[in-house]
Design a protein. Structure first.
Lengths: 505, 500
């Protein structure tokens, strides 16, 4: 069971997609919901049996797949990928719930592509063979592009193609770099590669290694996205259907940065870290400032996402134990909170068919239930203590302050700005006098299905805010080891970081 | 080595020729009113027999026959199987194509069979004159096939263009053979190899090589010898385009492999740069050209130029792996390209009703299965993982990287990113646009033979993409038997797994 659980989780959604093409239309949402819930339960097997004391990859499975070039089917997870796999499992049923009524055409295509996308995501997080990883990485593009294109808003097609090209062209360079590594070492295996990297970094290979690390970095930075490669994000998110907006940005790129850029090229990553830190701080401020002036709720959410993701990048490249732990935690909590936020936006759109803030106002009087959830989610995104957003942000900022005090202090402005745009948005949309659209429309408050999606999510925000130790145990056992050796050794010992204050170990 | 009866060395060719003759003889005996489908079934049976015969040839000891003109080895068997497979699928998908439109259906099957005979001969020939014979047999048949929609002006134009430029290119090839004979005193590949190694007149050899490269470059539609491709593909009937964009190319690539790797192996410093340039030009011109096309057949024509470029990348590796990668890519390309043209031929029918991009708007709604198959072929052409196109490209670029051609690899992969755009535009036209019900076209329901053909191709795309080991094994076996792996000029790499 332990050796095949990851394979089962990864490929079950494809099987589900196959079943979806055969089922009658009216059963599709219910079936997909039950199916994704079942997969989510399966993913819970992982944290239940994960051994935080053990080093290396767990639940691993390594089989030869293609003889030449030597490609293995090698999957496994460690503390970094453990919770990300669970996260993918958690978000999928929510995506189905929120699409239940919105997707009223091409349902078969929607649900099968949605499940296919889930397989690709699982595959990315569990693959330990670069080739297998790359296959899933590329594969994830197709369902997402099609979902944006077919089910997006009116400019969905353009946004889909923009997303695809932005992601695909850097991926080509990523493949060049992977092939170069293979040509030099004769293996695609992540674990083997990691042990050979040091020997590789000699003589004439130095330039090649640098170029390879840049190719890796570029491909992942686009996917996160990191400023200034974010041009696809606002269009992608604002055009995508809710279920896709929830999973579009962030975790894939951030995970890959940590695992494959920092993990495979520690020396190069250490050298380029100051640049990445600077870019992430720019991203935080730029995203927050742009979010401040948006009139479209979804575009506001998109720029807020850019800011939040830049925090994660800052945490990763500050290279302290606290900031890196915090970054990984922030990936999880941002995905949950932003997921909830996009769901709420979707619910709002279902009611009033607009994201335009100018037309909305005073909703709290009409739909108090929705307003409550909105406020909690917004506070979590701002980073209010006892909610999940606070933990990661605090660890990132306190950790990165040790290595980059000036930039970290600047990044703190982002926290203030995020409070500004979120609270201003709440005030304009939910409070004050009802706008004409709201006053005239008779819309029901959130219904049972929506509650079923949102209340667990909101509860999770609270639990993640209070009992972060539960998640942090696995993360802290793995992630700080990713920090490059050549970074000042004293840093990790010197700081009294949050993780250790709470006696995580 | 036990002696093998010479005719067994060309058994597939003999079987196909006999079937072709039988089709020709039977055709006039049938009443003019009845359907020509039985002839198609006959052709199919002959093709199946030829494929079985090729597979059986694997058990023969590798060797030559007919005064050292043909040689059966794993390499020739690989291409025989490939060409046989393409022929089989083409016959399946075109079984109903001409129904009710043409009175020359019998000849159509015979011509397809004969052209396959020519291509098969090309792949097993080790004597350049034999290659020339095969080239002529196959070309003349395809010239006629390109103009098979006789009443259509653009089909006739395609045929004439193909014929004029094709015979010109063949002449180049023949001239190259003559010069080669002048320089080395032989037209046998192995004697040429010996002659090249000890030659005192390199200029003559370079000229000969250049002439042959031009001739074959035309046949594989590699830039800068590609200009005929869009016009011919646009005019020729769609199922024929599927055939002639893959099978003759496979044969010509096989010849190119024999000539460059074996015959001129010691002159690799001359032809590697030439093929390098051709590869870059083909990829770039093909993809840039395809970007601006609104006619899907022209678009796929440019895409086939680009794919010829990817294949040439494998050539430049000049290693056993390079040869295996080239073989594999030819097969992968055949599966997806024949498939794409088959779907087009089904959707647009004999009178080519759907040739523009906008004709495909929202077709997924009306033809969900045909659209799904088209999506698979297009995704494979883009090079999406778990399809033949992805692994083919991946293998090609891996071996090129191994030989240190990383600039070429970078150009190639960026090109494949560029290419994604126009395939995706086609795909988005099918899936993301609203269906225009006003220009409703009623198609005949897909026939079982057609469905079977498409099913084979879809299966091939996935098998080559997910479990390619068996085909890889055959490709590597063909590289092993044919490639002079012991030669000092060969880049042998330290590999994690043994080569053989």
């Amino acid at each position: 069971m332990n050796a095949s659980i990851l394979t089962l989780i990864t490929f079950l959604p494809v099987a589900g997609a196959g079943i979806v093409t055969l089922l009658p239309k009216r059963l599709l949402p219910a079936f997909t919901l039950l199916f994704t819930l079942f997969i989510f339960l399966l993913t819970l097997h992982l944290p239940a049996h994960f051994d935080t004391a053990r080093h290396g990859f767990q639940f691993a499975c390594n089989l030869p797949w293609i003889t030449t070039p030597a490609i293995h089917y090698h999957v496994g997870i460690d503390g970094l990928s453990l919770w990300l796999v669970v996260l993918v499992g958690f978000l999928a049923p929510l995506g189905v719930l929120i699409s239940w009524r919105v997707i009223d055409h091409h349902q078969r295509e929607f649900y099968s592509l949605f499940l296919l996308q889930q397989t690709a995501m699982f595959g990315i997080f569990v693959s330990l063979d670069l080739m297998l990883y790359y296959a899933f990485w590329e594969l994830s593009l197709i369902p997402i592009t099609l979902l944006i294109g077919i089910f997006g808003r009116k400019n969905g097609r353009a946004a889909a193609i923009k997303f695809f090209l932005y992601a695909f062209i850097p991926s080509a360079l990523l493949l060049v770099a992977i092939l170069w590594l293979y040509a030099k070492t004769g293996t695609f295996d992540f674990v083997l590669l990691q042990s050979q990297m040091h020997a590789l970094a000699t003589g004439t290979n130095a330039t090649g290694l640098w170029l390879a690390s840049l190719a890796f970095l570029l491909a992942f930075a686009v996917k996160v996205p990191i400023f200034p490669l974010h041009a696809w994000l606002a269009d992608g998110i604002s055009e995508a259907p809710t279920a896709i907006a929830m999973i579009l940005a962030g975790k894939l790129g951030l995970y890959s940065l940590l695992r494959f850029h920092v993990g495979l090229f520690p020396d190069q990553a250490a050298h380029i870290a100051p640049l990445m830190v600077a870019l992430s701080v720019i991203g935080i401020l730029y995203g927050s400032l742009l979010a401040l002036v948006q009139t479209d709720l979804k575009r506001l959410a998109a720029y807020a996402t850019l800011g939040a993701l830049s925090f994660c990048v800052l945490g990763i490249y500050a290279f302290t134990a606290a900031s890196m732990d915090g970054a990984v935690y922030q990936i999880l909590s941002e995905s949950v909170s932003a997921g909830a936020f996009f769901m709420l936006l979707g619910i709002l759109y279902e009611r009033y068919a607009t994201y335009d803030m100018a037309q909305l106002g005073g909703i709290a009087k009409k739909l108090p239930g929705l307003a409550t959830l909105f406020v909690i989610t917004a506070l979590s995104l701002i980073g209010l203590p006892i909610l999940n957003g606070f933990v990661g942000e605090f660890m990132i900022l306190s950790g990165s302050f040790q290595t980059h005090p000036r930039l970290a202090s600047t990044a703190t402005l982002g926290v203030i700005l995020s409070a500004a745009y979120m609270l201003w948005m709440l005030q304009r949309v939910f409070y004050g006098a009802p706008s004409k659209l709201i006053a005239d429309g008779m819309q029901a408050d959130i219904n049972g299905r929506e509650r079923f999606a949102l209340w667990p999510t909101v509860a999770l925000m609270l639990v993640m805010g209070i009992a972060s130790v539960y998640w942090m145990r696995a993360i802290d056992a793995t992630v700080p080891a990713f920090a490059p050796r050549c970074a000042p050794a004293s840093i990790t010992t010197r700081i009294s970081n949050y993780a250790r204050m709470t006696n995580l170990r | 080595m036990t002696a093998v009866f010479p005719a067994l060395r060309i058994l597939p060719e003999i079987l196909l020729t006999l079937t072709g003759v039988l089709v020709m003889v039977t055709e006039p005996l049938l009443s003019a009113k009845i359907s020509r489908k039985p002839l198609g079934v006959l052709a199919l049976l002959g093709t199946l027999a030829a494929i079985a015969a090729s597979a059986w040839q694997l058990h023969l000891p590798a060797g030559t026959a007919f005064f050292n003109t043909v040689q059966t080895d794993a390499f020739s068997v690989f291409f025989h199987l490939l060409i046989g497979g393409i022929l089989l699928v083409t016959l399946l998908v075109s079984l109903n194509y001409f129904e009710g439109h043409s009175t020359y259906i019998g000849e159509f099957y015979a011509l397809l069979l004969f052209s396959a005979v020519g291509m098969m001969l090309m792949t097993s020939a080790i004597e350049l004159l034999m290659v020339f014979l095969g080239l002529e047999i196959s070309s003349i048949s395809t010239y006629i096939l390109a103009g098979y929609r006789k009443r259509s002006a653009i089909s006739a134009e395609a045929s004439i263009k193909y014929f004029l430029l094709g015979s010109f290119a063949t002449a180049f090839f023949l001239y190259g053979v003559a010069l080669c004979f002048g320089a080395t005193g032989s037209t046998n590949i192995y004697s040429i190899a010996a002659g090249v190694a000890s030659s005192s007149s390199p200029l003559l050899l370079v000229l000969a090589l250049g002439m042959m490269l031009i001739g074959l470059g035309f046949k594989v539609s590699a830039a800068p010898f590609h200009v005929w491709t869009p016009d011919v593909y646009e005019g020729a009937p769609a199922p024929i385009v599927g055939f002639m964009s893959t099978a003759p190319k496979a044969a010509a690539f096989a010849v190119l492999l024999r000539i460059t790797y074996t015959g001129f192996g010691t002159m690799s410093h001359i032809w590697i740069p030439l093929l390098w340039i051709m590869a870059v030009a083909s990829m770039t011109i093909g993809n840039l050209g395809a970007l601006t096309q609104r006619n899907v057949k022209r678009m796929l024509a440019y895409s086939s130029i680009a794919h010829a470029g990817y294949l040439l990348v494998a050539f430049t590796a000049f290693s056993a792996d390079g040869l295996a990668a080239a073989c594999f890519y030819t097969a992968a390309y055949a599966a997806m390209n024949v498939g794409a043209f088959a779907i087009i031929s089904y959707l647009s029918g004999y009178d080519e009703r759907r040739v523009h991009l906008q004709d495909y708007a929202g077709l997924a709604k009306r033809h969900p299965l045909a659209s799904a198959a088209m999506a698979i072929f297009l995704l494979s052409l883009i090079g999406i993982p778990f399809t033949a196109g992805f692994f083919g490209k991946f293998y090609v670029f891996t071996v090129a990287m191994h030989s240190g051609r990383w600039i070429l690899v970078a150009i190639g992969l960026l090109n494949s990113g560029l290419a994604a755009f126009y395939y995706l535009r086609f795909l988005s036209q099918i899936y993301m646009q609203p269906y225009d019900a006003t220009q409703d076209i009623s198609e005949a329901p897909a026939q079982p033979a057609f469905v079977l053909g498409i099913a084979i191709l879809v299966a091939a795309v996935f098998v080559l993409g997910i479990i390619p080991n068996r085909v890889l094994h055959l490709a590597r076996a063909s590289a092993a038997t044919y490639f002079p792996g012991t030669g000092s000029n060969v880049a042998v790499h330290a590999r994690p797994t043994p080569l053989r």
